[in-house]
Design a protein around this ligand. Structure first.
Ligand code: ZN
Length: 208
């Protein structure tokens, strides 16, 4: 058992093509070298059913993927399928998100026929990220198409600083600006929540 585990973790236990695959996969979020090695072994064992189809799907994705020039979403057409959806064109709500992953998360929540704007990050002076590094100017250019803009940024210092900055830039335009509620998660128990979350939830209370 001890021998097989050390062999499993060893860096030179397989050919260079396999090692290269392990190294590439280990760069994926959530996968370290050890789980990448496990994933590669899983792929090799299922060459026909998984590895070959995955290889084809990756190649097709490489050729097809584009960034939407309107909202910043990732799709195979630009403007993307969300921006081209007639039901969404009739709805005047725009949701601002930091990253494409946030857009996809909101889409999974099936919140309705809304449109999005991907900022590509948040303001962070310490990391040298200023307004010119985000798509804020593009947002301001398309903002007057919408009746309501929901700022759906993370509840971090950078996220909230960015939200204030955007609100300031939109100031004077005839648009309702809202943000996501901060507070108790669905299924959350009060006794297990931190004071900051509880305090935010109380401030953001709503009528029943
Ligand atoms: Zn789009």
């Amino acid at each position: 058992m001890i021998f097989s585990m050390s062999n499993f973790n060893g860096s030179k236990s397989s050919g260079s093509e396999i090692e290269q695959l392990v190294q590439l996969l280990s760069r994926l979020p959530g996968l370290g070298p050890r789980s990448a090695r496990r994933a590669v072994l899983h792929l090799i064992k299922r060459k026909d059913g998984l590895m070959i189809p995955l290889s084809g799907a990756l190649q097709r994705a490489v050729e097809a993927v584009v960034e939407c020039t309107t909202c910043g979403n990732i799709d195979t057409i630009s403007p993307c399928s969300i921006c081209c959806d007639p039901r969404r064109m009739q709805n005047s709500m725009l949701i601002i998100v930091e990253d494409v992953g946030d857009l996809w998360a909101l889409e999974r929540a099936t919140i309705g026929p809304v449109r999005y704007h991907v900022l590509g990050g948040v303001l962070s002076p310490l990391d040298g990220i200023g307004p010119q590094d985000l798509t804020i100017d593009a947002l301001i250019r398309r903002a007057d198409e919408f009746g309501e803009i929901v700022i759906a940024l993370n509840a971090t210092v950078e996220g909230q600083t960015t939200a204030y900055f955007i609100t300031d830039r939109l100031n004077g335009m005839d648009i309702k600006i809202t943000r996501l509620a901060h507070g108790i998660p669905v299924g959350g128990e009060l006794d297990f929540l931190d004071e900051g979350t509880l305090s935010q939830a109380l401030k953001a209370r709503t009528s029943l």
